[in-house]
Each structure stands twice: as structure tokens, then as C-alpha cells.
Write a protein that binds this ligand. Structure first.
Ligand code: CA
Length: 435
């Protein structure tokens, strides 16, 4: 598990003035991503305030040595998979050096300044080649809310409290924040129709999820022990697992979601490292009385003690009517990553418990993370009770599901007394009309 050190000191300031008090990217965060600027090739960078530190330029300027240089070199290309494959030691060495280079009052400022690019002049790309994407279902309030709509008396199926439920998603349609999402066409059958039809989804939804980047992989046939699982996590992002509920309702039995989910997923573009999130580690909340204990292969004392995350998770909506009236985005939900029934380590260990191999740059979704009440629903399906109870907006519009031109914005933020808050940057996309 990532430890606290001098890089987390809340008193640390940066000579990059915009980093000080920045809601997402103060010097205590230092997330990595892939950016391009001025027609140049996509390459690795680090977010600091409203700037991006170009790692290739910094490496060429001789700003890194030893293990930090090895990590910077692995992060210079067009994808961060080689960097993710290095594991925690190299990542920590790079973090320590970046923290030193960007700290106020350090002698390297002049040389480092030449390697900064204004983020507003840059395009962000997917940070890694995603070989495989797996989506879990660990948000217990979401699983209960959705289950209630189908089975009022028995919302959670009996396996839920034993198995970190998941399914294999689609990696090819994952896009970084900012890329619009086209409303999917699909086969649907309204309850009162005798035959299905084909056309644009009428019940398009978002899902508020945390994404988990796999760092170190494992060999096929070699499970990852629960005590080692956090060594295999390379970082975190936000994930919007767009979902067409009408397509889903008709297709999902018996094998689960298919075309209702694989048309698009949107992620925030920066990989927030486990080290940056170390201050926001908390104990896994206790299970309600009567719930079974996890099976031994999913049980680890350290993971139960500090394997959960206290991160505020927010969903905002900006509609065409709101844009026309220059209204700010409407907050649809404020939830928290603590509402996960299983820890990230339990997800990783369960995924590999049959010998399945994870690879650097694989992406795991947690599943929708809703909180316990109507102000913390991670999907519109929950917030509007399946479309029955519309959301009223200040523009005079109402929403039961997403409309064309709507923009959904996810944000995440770690806050804890005695530490600098860090954020993830936006995970944002607009719905385009069906083709
Ligand atoms: Ca999902």
C-alpha cells in the first residue's frame, strides 16, 4: 500500500503558481497522461496546475537520473503501458523527483520551465493502450436500487455478498474526456409491445464509476494474492460507463450487458497514482450485521484496514437549454468511493483467482457507485426511479433520461484534514444524435 511521505506535505508549494490551491492538480497530485501540442506526436506528461510537464523534454534536459530517469523514459512514448509495467518503486522515484523539481525555491526552475506546456494548448489522449476492460458491480447501493426496480422483494441476488460480480467489457470504444458520444441504435422491446423494434435508444444513461489502471501484470495461471493485489494497481481515473437501458433490459438475460454498454465508455485522461491517493485511504466500511465475511482468499487484514478510498464523486449535467441561458451545470449526484462493497484489491484478486492474467494498461471499472439516498445516485435510472420521477432543471427543462446535446461531467476529489485536496480532472462528454 502506498505510504505517506514528504511529497504529501500540505505546506509544499510549487513555483508553478497555478498549482497552488488548484482544485485538481496541486504539487501533491502529479498525475500522468498522454498529450499532444502544436501538431507534435502524443507523448507522456504530468499535470501541474494549468500546465503540463513534457517528460520527453525534461528527460532530454537531463532533469532525471537513476530510477526516476528509467520511469520517465518509460513514460515518454505515445502510451503509458511501459511505465505502468514498471510497478511501484519506479513510480515512486519519479514522483519524488517531480515533487523536488516543481517545488518552490528549487534551483532547477529555469530548466524545468522550458519543459512546461499550457494545458489549454494541448490535446489529451487515452493514457494507455487498453488491452482488456472489465466492469465490476461493487456499488452496493446501485446494485440494490437497480435490483429493486426488477425484484422489489429480493433486490440483491444471493451471490452478491460472496462474489465481486463483474463482466468483460469492450476496450475498443473507450475514449478520453471531451470526445462526444453518439446515441446508439439498438433492438428494444417496450413491455407493452408484442415484438421488438430497432432504432435510437430512448433511455440513455450515464454510470458514475471509478476506473482502476492495472500496473504490474500477472502470468496466466498465477493468481494474485490478496496481500499483493495493491502492488498491481498502477492508478485511478473516472469512468462513465454509458448505458442504453432499453437495449439492456431486452438483451441482458441470460448473459448480461452487450450492445447496451459497448458503444462507448468515457474516462478522465489523467492517471492519478496510488501514491497521490495515499492520504485518502480509509478502512473498508464494516458489512451490515448478518452479511457473510468474505471468503479467505479475499480477506486481508491490511486491505480491510486501509484498502478503501474516501473520494467525493460528483455527477453534473449541462443541457442545451442550460447552455442557452448560461446556467452552470446542475449537480445530479454527490457520492463517495467509500460506498464500494468490495475493495479494489478484492476486485484484482478475484479477477485473477482462476488464473486469468491481467496486463499493464488493463482497465477495471468498479461499477456504478451510488450513495445511500436520492441525492447520491450514480445513474439517472436510479435518480428518476426508472424514468418515472423526472429531474427538474433551472432552465425549465426536465429529464427522465439523457437527451441529445446533454453533457455529463464526472468529477472526483480527495479531501482530508491536514492534506492538500487532489482531483482527477474532468470526465466529460456530450451526447450526439443517433446516426
Ligand atoms: Ca457499469
Amino acid at each position: 500500500m502506498a505510504q505517506l511521505d514528504h511529497t504529501h506535505d500540505p505546506k509544499l508549494g510549487s513555483w508553478v503558481a497555478s498549482a497552488n490551491g488548484h482544485p485538481d492538480f496541486p504539487i501533491q497530485n502529479l498525475p500522468l497522461g498522454i498529450f499532444s501540442s502544436g501538431g507534435g506526436a502524443p507523448r507522456g506528461g504530468v499535470a501541474i496546475g494549468d500546465q503540463i510537464l513534457d517528460l520527453s523534454a525534461a528527460l532530454a534536459a537531463g532533469l532525471f537520473t537513476g530510477e526516476a530517469a528509467r520511469a520517465a523514459e518509460a513514460a515518454c512514448g505515445s502510451v503509458l503501458n511501459p511505465f505502468l509495467a514498471l510497478g511501484a518503486g519506479s513510480r515512486q522515484a519519479l514522483r519524488a523527483r517531480l515533487s523536488a523539481l516543481l517545488q518552490a525555491g528549487r534551483p532547477d526552475q529555469g530548466r524545468v520551465e522550458l519543459c512546461l506546456r499550457p494545458a489549454s494548448d494541448c490535446t489529451l489522449h487515452l493514457p494507455a493502450h487498453i488491452g482488456d476492460y472489465t466492469d465490476f458491480y461493487v456499488g452496493i447501493h446501485h446494485a440494490t436500487n437497480v435490483g429493486k426496480q426488477f425484484r422489489p422483494d429480493n433486490p440483491l441476488l444471493p451471490n452478491y455478498k460472496y462474489v465481486p460480480i463483474g463482466y468483460h467489457g469492450r476496450a475498443s470504444s473507450i475514449r478520453p474526456s471531451g470526445v462526444p458520444v453518439r446515441r446508439p441504435l439498438g433492438q428494444t422491446k417496450p413491455p407493452d409491445a408484442s415484438e421488438p423494434g430497432f432504432g435510437p435508444s430512448q433511455r440513455l444513461d450515464y454510470e458514475l464509476e471509478l476506473g482502476v489502471w492495472i500496473g504490474l501484470g500477472n502470468e496466466l495461471g498465477t493468481p494474485i494474492d490478496i496481500g499483493k493485489a495493491s502492488d498491481h494497481v498502477g492508478g485511478f481515473c473516472l469512468l462513465n460507463d454509458w448505458s442504453a437501458r432499453d437495449i439492456q433490459a431486452w438483451e441482458y438475460q441470460p448473459l448480461g450487458p452487450f450492445l447496451s454498454k459497448n458503444f462507448a465508455s468515457t474516462i478522465s485522461a489523467w492517471i492519478v497514482t496510488p501514491e497521490a491517493l495515499a492520504p485518502f485511504r480509509i478502512a473498508q466500511p464494516g458489512r451490515p450485521g448478518g452479511d457473510p465475511a468474505p471468503l479467505p482468499y479475499l480477506t486481508n487484514e491490511a486491505d480491510q484496514r486501509e484498502g478503501a478510498l474516501d473520494l467525493e464523486l460528483e455527477v453534473l449535467l449541462l443541457t442545451p437549454g442550460m447552455r442557452a441561458k448560461r446556467l452552470p451545470p446542475h449537480r445530479l449526484a454527490l457520492s463517495n468511493a467509500r460506498h464500494m462493497y468490495w475493495t479494489v484489491a478484492q476486485m484484482v484478486t478475484h479477477h485473477t483467482s482462476n488464473g486469468c492474467n491481467l496486463q499493464p494498461g488493463d482497465l477495471l471499472g468498479t461499477g456504478t457507485i451510488s450513495g445511500p439516498d436520492q441525492t447520491s445516485c450514480g445513474s439517472i435510472l436510479e435518480a428518476t426511479l426508472g424514468g418515472k420521477s423526472p429531474i427538474n432543471l433551472a432552465s425549465g427543462e426536465e429529464r427522465r433520461f439523457l437527451q441529445d446535446g446533454d453533457e455529463v461531467i464526472l468529477r472526483a476529489r480527495g479531501c482530508r484534514d491536514g492534506f492538500a485536496p487532489v482531483g482527477f480532472g474532468e470526465c466529460r462528454a456530450m451526447i450526439l444524435p443517433a446516426a
